[in-house]
Design a protein around this ligand. Structure first.
Ligand code: NAP
Length: 309
């Protein structure tokens, strides 16, 4: 039986691991299919304190893992399929195997949201992508017009990154101002390769018949005018949803699936704690996720200590 099982290996998961390992609770982290989480798909992280020149997202996560392992964390490349939190100790099914835990820290993060328009699913990996740093350098996108959808920091980051490869990067946003932080918005506005298309929605991604992206159908949401914009790639950056499907019915979540915190990092089930983007619809930063991981570790440690008193 494990004292602490941590589900997820982003900033929250590795920080929870670091702290519980140093408290000699021998945590095990189940990494999920994307070890290191979403940050591994980012290029330079400029706002994680301690790295004045910025740090590559993949490198940051690798360093966090190493630091947690140095103090005795066990990392397992496993995906949790289901959990039973109805009684303690808790049961967790990882790739078909049963794992028993005294406490659990949920740090499953969030995933890219899908647009839900015709062509999106069928053309995924054929020009539709959710990650410019993963796919932007592909030959098919070189010197071609590219479309980024969204108006937040992710969309701005994707658009700026793609200026290295695309002939023009169109930033399609459903309103006429960016939600992104000021510094990112200013960079986008100043870049001559990026052309914003305001008040517009992509209503279809073309062309399923040709089995590749050739353009998008646009609708101006103010005038209703429809048009077609030729492009070779569509980069969707419209936010994230929490990865909490496996916890449905086991712990309380809000209507959007974010885990509801009770006291500190405690969930509705005593002994199950939560940290990071799967419980955060507000801040959603690497550093806040890391801080939440620390808090969950301290809460789990105190919970176990109180039981043993
Ligand atoms: P976000 O801030 O939630 O922005 C999502 C954007 O997509 C919004 O502009 C939104 O439009 C648009 N959108 C949502 N649903 C849509 C739909 N169905 N159709 C068309 N557009 C849609 O998400 P994010 O940009 O992924 O950022 C998430 C968090 O990570 C934020 O806290 C952000 O600060 C952080 N982040 C930071 C950095 C950085 O600092 N370098 C980089 C990436 C992410 P509306 O504006 O109209 O709502």
């Amino acid at each position: 039986m494990h004292k602490v099982v941590i589900i997820g290996s982003g900033c929250a998961g590795w920080t929870a691991a670091l702290y519980t390992a140093r408290a000699q609770l021998a945590p095990i982290v189940f990494t999920g299919i994307q070890p290191g989480g979403l940050l591994t798909t980012t290029s330079i992280v400029e706002n994680f304190p301690g790295f004045p020149e910025g740090v590559d997202g993949y490198e940051l996560m690798t360093r966090m893992q190493k630091q947690a392992e140095r103090f005795g964390t066990k990392a397992s490349f496993g995906t949790v399929e289901s959990v039973d939190f109805s009684k303690r100790p808790f049961s967790i099914i990882v790739d078909g195997e049963k794992v028993i835990a005294e406490t659990v820290i949920i740090a499953t993060g969030a995933s890219h949201k899908h647009l839900g328009v015709p062509g999106e699913d069928l053309l995924e990996t054929k020009g539709v992508t959710y990650c410019a740093t993963c796919d932007g350098a592909l030959p098919v996108f070189r010197n071609q017009p590219l479309v980024v959808i969204g108006g937040g920091d992710s969309a701005c980051e994707e658009a700026l990154y793609l200026t290295r490869f695309g002939s023009t990067v169109y930033l399609v946003h459903r309103r006429d101002s960016l939600r992104a932080s000021k510094i990112m918005a200013e960079r986008v506005h100043a870049h001559k390769t990026i052309k914003p298309i305001w008040d517009s929605a992509v209503t279809e991604i073309l062309d399923v018949k040709q089995d590749k992206v050739t353009g998008v159908k646009l609708k101006n949401l103010k005038t209703g005018v429809e048009s077609i914009l030729d492009c070779a790639g569509v980069f969707i950056a419209i936010g994230h949803g929490p990865n909490t499907e496996i916890f449905k019915g086991q712990i309380e979540t809000d209507a959007n699936g974010f885990v509801i915190r009770k006291e500190g990092s405690m969930t509705s089930v005593p002994g199950v704690f939560v940290a990071g983007d799967c419980a955060d619809n507000v801040y959603r930063q690497a550093i806040t996720a890391a801080g939440a991981g620390c808090a969950a570790a301290i809460d789990a440690e105190r919970f176990l200590a109180a039981e043993n008193e």
